[in-house]
Design a protein around this ligand. Sequence first.
Ligand SMILES: CC(C)(COP(=O)(O)OP(=O)(O)OC[C@H]1O[C@@H](n2cnc3c(N)ncnc32)[C@H](O)[C@@H]1OP(=O)(O)O)[C@@H](O)C(=O)NCCC(=O)NCCS
Length: 159
Amino acid sequence: MNFHTRKWVKPEDLNPNGTLFGGSLLRWIDEEAAIYAITQLDNQRVVTKFMSEINFVSSARQGDIIELGMTATHFGRTSITLRCEVRNKITRKSILTVEKMVFVNLDEKGEPAPHGRTQIRYAEEAFASYRESARQVPQVPVAVEDERVAARVEADSLH
Ligand SMILES: CC(C)(COP(=O)(O)OP(=O)(O)OC[C@H]1O[C@@H](n2cnc3c(N)ncnc32)[C@H](O)[C@@H]1OP(=O)(O)O)[C@@H](O)C(=O)NCCC(=O)NCCS
């Protein structure tokens, strides 16, 4: 398992008990896992389908450094299954493991699509390939995004 990402636990990441808020950690895990999945599958249209139960076995405090590790455990037809572990670099304890996270590869219509991958590609190779495919995804033009934001602001102001 590769531990690529480290996080520094800051005041905004804490719960009222003064320890790392589970919601912050889950957001980091989902993002890290999504990056892993899109680089493995060469596709930005990948969504979280399933996460197995999560057992927080230890925590972290402000100022601690934690690291997130991911590995692919199964390549399906349209899905990829990952295992995740989070460790506290300061206490040297495991914080949690997620045995199974499933991501589904989608086509332009948002339907599950075969990805054709069967084995893990390591970081450099995965990113080299991803760089090419990332350029092919149409970006939302700024003017369109501005209109969407303006529409949302107007709708919110009506409530
Ligand atoms: C992802 C989505 C398109 C899949 O639709 P679906 O009808 O379940 O698709 P399928 O039944 O064809 O399954 C697709 C893959 O997911 C797997 N899968 C489906 N349900 C699963 C479950 N409960 N647990 C694990 N894997 C599951 C299937 O085995 C299949 O994988 P495979 O092709 O490698 O065998 C649909 O469920 C969806 O849009 N969900 C919302 C996703 C989302 O918004 N996520 C949060 C934000 S990223």
